[in-house]
Design a protein. Sequence first.
Length: 422
Amino acid sequence: MLDLKLIRENPELVKKAAERKNEKKCRVDLIIELDNRRREIIREVEQLKSERNRVTSEIARKKKTGEPADDIIEDMRRLGDKIQELDNQLRELDAELNKELAWVPNIPHESVPVGADETANIVVRQWGEIKEPGFKVLPHWEIGEKLNLMDLSAAARISGSGFYLLKGAGARLQRALINYMLDMHQADGFIEICAPFIVSAEAMFGTAQLPKMDDDMYKTEGDGLYLVPTGEVPFTNIYRQEIISHDILPLYLVGYTPCFRREAGAAGKDTRGLLRVHQFDKVELVKIVRPENSYEEFENLVKQAEKVIQGLGIPYRVSLLSTGDMTFASRKTYDIEIWSAGVAKYLEISSISTFEDFQARRMNCRFRDEEKKVRFVHTMNGSGVALARLIPAILENYQNEDGTITIPKVLRPYLKGETKIG
RNA sequence: GGAGAGGUGGCUGAGUGGUCGAAAGCGGCGGUCUCGAAAACCGUUAUACCCUUUGGGUAUCCAGGGUUCGAAUCCCUGCCUCUCCGCCA
């Protein structure tokens, strides 16, 4: 949510941002008009209320002294009707205005490259060396089935297409990865959270999955609750509707969650094996910080996610997303793409975004600073990282010519010291 | 799922339908005192919005409706918390 004042004062800036993010449901002119009408009514109704408050205390005084007040009570009855009518109009306008405001995307940061899609993204750094394996590396879905680490047809039997099932060493590998990541982040000051995986529409609105992504979410039938599409939702919403004290900031949160996504209309590209599925697991990083150090915290958050992959020794690169490739709520986003030896290309494994106060406004999450001033917090998050992309990367980058998988050194303590799968 | 109790400011906690944005206490902040601190005493201590913005106004006692000239107070609905019973990993 943007500050209504900002929209009022800089409508062109907001329009340009919406255009660059390709957000067609953002209607700035309508918002300005609703806002003007709203303020007009507020002015009128508040004047009437002021009148009512004045006369009402006069009535109280007269009643006390026993003076008659019937005539002004009659006047007030009419005034009350008028106030109610205006209040109703105001309520409707507010609802309409809020509905429109919910569709105004965040404004991309000045440093974000302007462009229509991912072709305008800028690779900001690269890490690790891509080595020529010297043999034909099997893609993860082949080596995975061969070594009995996963069973995609079983998953289809259970749930339909777009699901995966890990078993044996595959399932244990995932658990090892989760623990490796949680331990690492915790050692770097992140507080581990285990939060609900099913959340309210309000929480989904808070982090701005709603209203835009409604069709991409799994929704429960009777209760109108949503299955989390990312740990971002429960973790960021922890302090929704709260005024928190400055001395608990910055908050670094980490946790494991499954992620549920309908992926409506995503068929085709990069969908084989675990690459695009309706349920995957993720370790998520969330920071809630004061505005002052927001961007320093953000850059460090990117590095925190990179550290996971560096520990595993797999090449990756970091890209700064262009305006057209960013999400609705984001002010600035980096993607981390990991090298996939099986398909010989980089695959997105983490997306790190900062929102400044965009989510905080939607959640109404604020903090009280040293001067007792109440201000919006800044929020940001990043995958740290997605398992459904990390497992393929390991199965492919650690594949040996004899069809076995070497277990990365950092994971061995989590796998009883084993060094090899297969 | 059933029965009951309750939701008031940063916290605890008063509040007969009419000077109640709300007593009191605690905490916080400022001051007096002190070499300094504690204690004591004095003062201060919410948020959002609107406007003709050193000022004025409106709203907010869980949320949303309603009754009324007037609601923290009365009525309805919802949400949440607690207690007991049932069910249950």
